[in-house]
Design a protein around this ligand. Structure first.
Ligand code: ATP
Ligand code: MG
Length: 722
């Protein structure tokens, strides 16, 4: 370009510069965490715009989340000095899919004002189809079939493509027909589901070569971030747009890290990385090895851990970002999750006193139920927090439902609670009944629950509804009587069981159901520290009232999955225990592959940290009110002693003496001989942990030794299935 090199190129290292400046031809940047992959993409776009190679509307850029897309847009604007007139094609695969469909939907039979169905809509629709086929929808649950369709769509399989065997697995071989019927129904409704946002564009481009050609002309540059987590359908979509006839410019740049592929459970295919060089011959593969994010200790710990995975391409990583003041990765033990939250809260307050911003700190959990304890603790401390990538604990659907039951038991006039749960789970008390009840209650100025008790004495309702309502009222009467004399946690469990609410989620085959059940258990656990149901309900209304102001300095709480691509000065990683992390479910369902994906998740977690990384494990979890010992995560054994230290236990436990624990909390260990069950590999792991325990034990003095997590026995109960 001749003249002065633009500022935005100045700070890049040679490999990054190459990745930014190689604008012609396919480029694959394959590099570890924090090496500047996202920065390369952003700078590349700035460079394309700045050198006048394309208009913003001629660049197709794919990010993994909408948030990442917004951030990228802002960064580009900064780099080119705010001159970007929008970037209409910067977004997630799905959001770009919507845009394409609004323009060309008629080619697959959709009008431009089509609606996008959410999961609930989809399930309802499938249920109707199953019933219309004369099938038993209890035997063949709609949720399960919705999941199957989703999996097929992630693989890019339409009804005509699905293998016979797969189709037969559902409804005695009628799965395929149902899938056809489902798609036909969507078209009639002028609607599509999430998977169609990828599938329809693929079909459109395949059937209309001229249109595809038009888009080849439009998209001069194509860029994809987090490439390791694309699924097959996304890859097909991308290949259609990016693969060009011989001699035509093929300017596609994908960046990714095979070690950070963490969405295999949702159909992501890390093999797409390997396919890239095959599908785009002559691709330039660029490796970035310098990490700009983390200290040597953090990087060393992460690299050592991930080296335990077999299925990886392998790469080098180094950092210059080291300082004599750098601290090692700290491993802490706590008695239980309540103390864990307390200890992390203290650590945060201490950092805050040292003038660190809360914005620079994050707590990354493996399972969303873990958030509850932190949210409660932070509300007590008056520490601002925000939950990223999902609702706050008490705002979740299943928690609100459960709370509605408890509220109505404690306060019979709570009509909002009544309306929320009267037909959840489904009892045949639909809108008509609720309306009748509403009118009846209004006319007499009484609460709906009281109205319900009255109305069943009349013949205003159909016999079926009357019977269902009678049963519910009986239940509520029983629970109300128990309110004063039964321990409230016991009552809460009883309510969720007897109402059929827990069963509703147990019978639910959707991917979220197990997480919801975990959350319900966590809800019961959260009640234990209160004297009564009413005390607990009051507490929750206070927590719900806590403002989360976007502009406030606040600690971020999120799952490891949603932390991808982000970075924080200080990262807290709680709950490193066998069964939770690695998560039992992923081990059970996917064996070794599942374990490796969990390990990648651990790698993602550690590499989010710039300066401080704290890992926590607890030695006991309360399950159904019973104490159970837990084993520290095997991932702890896989951390290198050179970069990790076990924090002084006295410190993390000592603080609680003043909380009224009096004696050392270790004394509490005695009565709880229950331990983790250890069949098969778990037992092997337990032995291994015993061996390394000495290792940690000697380094940290007495403390770890005394926790006694190693006592595993055949009588023990397992956390799984809790
Ligand atoms: P991840 O794999 O976690 O998504 P990444 O490879 O996308 O990481 P970036 O987020 O782009 O990495 O960069 C990590 C950090 O390093 C960012 O704060 C970024 O600004 C900084 N960084 C990247 N390259 C450089 C550079 N050449 N000079 C200074 N800082 C840099
Ligand atoms: Mg990135």
């Amino acid at each position: 370009d001749g003249g002065k090199r633009p500022d935005y190129l100045a700070g890049l290292n040679p490999e990054q510069t190459e990745a930014v400046e190689t604008l012609e031809g396919p480029v694959l940047v394959l590099a570890g965490a924090g090496t500047g992959k996202t920065r390369v993409l952003t700078t590349r776009i700035a460079h394309i715009l700045n050198t006048g190679r394309a208009f913003p509307s001629q660049i197709l850029a794919v990010t993994f989340t909408n948030k990442a897309a917004r951030e990228m847009k802002e960064r580009i604007a900064l780099l080119v000095g705010g001159a970007v007139e929008g970037m209409p094609w910067l977004g997630t695969f799905h959001s770009i899919g919507v845009k394409l469909l609004r323009r060309h939907g008629e080619l697959v039979g959709l009008r431009s004002d089509f609606t996008i169905l959410d999961t609930d809509d989809v399930v309802r629709l499938i249920k109707q189809l199953i019933q219309a086929e004369g099938l038993d929808d209890k035997r063949w649950p709609a949720k399960q079939f919705a999941g199957m369709i989703d999996t097929w769509k992630n693989k890019g399989l339409g009804p005509a493509d699905i293998p016979e065997g797969d189709a037969r697995a559902f409804a005695n071989g009628r799965g395929r027909d149902l899938y056809f019927a489902y798609q036909a129904r969507l078209t009639t409704l002028n609607a599509c589901d999430f998977g169609d946002l990828l599938m329809h564009p693929i079909a459109i481009f395949r059937r209309n070569p001229d249109l595809l050609k038009e888009y080849h002309g439009r998209f001069r540059y194509i860029l994809v971030d987090e490439y390791q987590d694309t699924n097959t359908a996304q890859y097909m979509w991308l290949r259609l747009l990016a693969q060009r006839a011989k001699g035509e410019p093929q300017n596609v740049c994908c960046v990714g890290d095979d070690d950070q592929s963490i969405y295999g459970w949702r159909g992501a295919e890390v093999d797409n990385i390997l396919r890239f060089e095959k599908d785009f011959p002559g691709a330039k593969v660029i490796k970035l090895e310098r990490n700009y994010r983390s200290t040597e200790h953090i990087l060393g710990a992460a690299a050592h851990l991930i080296a335990h995975n077999e299925g990886r391409l392998g790469k080098t990583l180094f950092t210059d970002r080291s300082d004599p003041d750098d601290v090692k990765v700290q491993v802490h033990a706590s008695w239980d999750s309540e103390e864990e939250a307390r200890a992390i809260g203290e650590e945060i307050e201490q950092l805050q006193r040292g003038k660190h911003l809360l914005n620079d700190m994050a707590i990354l959990v493996r399972a969303s139920f873990q958030m509850r304890e932190f949210e409660d603790r932070f509300v007590t401390l008056g520490l601002n927090y925000r939950v990223i990538g999902g609702p706050r604990f008490y705002e979740r659907l299943e928690i609100r439902d459960a709370m509605a039951y408890f509220r109505l038991v404690a306060q019979a006039s709570d009509d909002l609670a009544f309306e929320r749960i009267i037909n959840t789970p489904k009892r045949g008390l639909g809108d008509t009944t609720v309306r009748a009840l509403h009118d009846y209650a209004r006319a007499r100025d009484i609460p709906m629950l009281a109205a319900a008790a009255d109305i069943i004495e009349t013949d205003e309702l159909k016999p079926k509804a009357r019977k269902a309502l009678f049963d519910v009222i009986q239940s509520f009467r029983r629970w109300q009587e128990l309110l004063e004399n039964t321990p409230h946690t016991e009552l809460a469990e009883q309510i969720l069981e007897e109402s059929g609410y827990t069963d509703m989620w147990k019978n639910d085959k959707s991917a979220e159901a197990p997480g919801r059940l975990e959350n319900l258990k966590e809800l019961i656990r959260s009640m234990e520290s209160f004297e009564s149901m009413r005390g607990f309900l009051e507490h929750v209304s206070l927590v719900m009232d806590a403002e989360t102001n976007e502009n406030l300095d606040a600690v971020s709480i999120m799952t490891l999955h949603s932390a991808k691509g982000l970075e924080f000065d200080t990262v807290f990683l709680p709950g490193w225990e066998e069964g939770l992390f690695p998560h039992q479910r992923s081990l059970d369902e996917s064996g070794r592959a599942g374990l490796e994906e969990e390990r990648r998740l651990a790698y993602v977690g550690i590499t989010r940290a710039k300066h401080r990384c704290h890992i926590w494990f607890v030695s006991n979890r309360r399950i159904h009110g019973l104490w159970q010992s837990t084993l520290p995560s095997r991932f702890l054994d896989e951390l290198p002693i050179t970069h990790v230290e076990v924090a002084e236990m006295e410190q993390s436990y000592g603080g609680y003496g003043r909380g009224g624990y009096g004696q050392s909390s270790f004394d509490k260990a005695e009565p709880f001989a229950n331990s983790y069950s250890t069949p098969g590999w778990k037992r092997a792991q337990a032995n291994k942990t015993d061996a390394t325990r000495d290792n940690w034990g000697t380094r940290s003095g007495h403390a770890v030794e005394r926790i006694g997590y190693g006592e595993s026995g055949p009588k023990g109960r397992t956390i799984e299935g809790e």
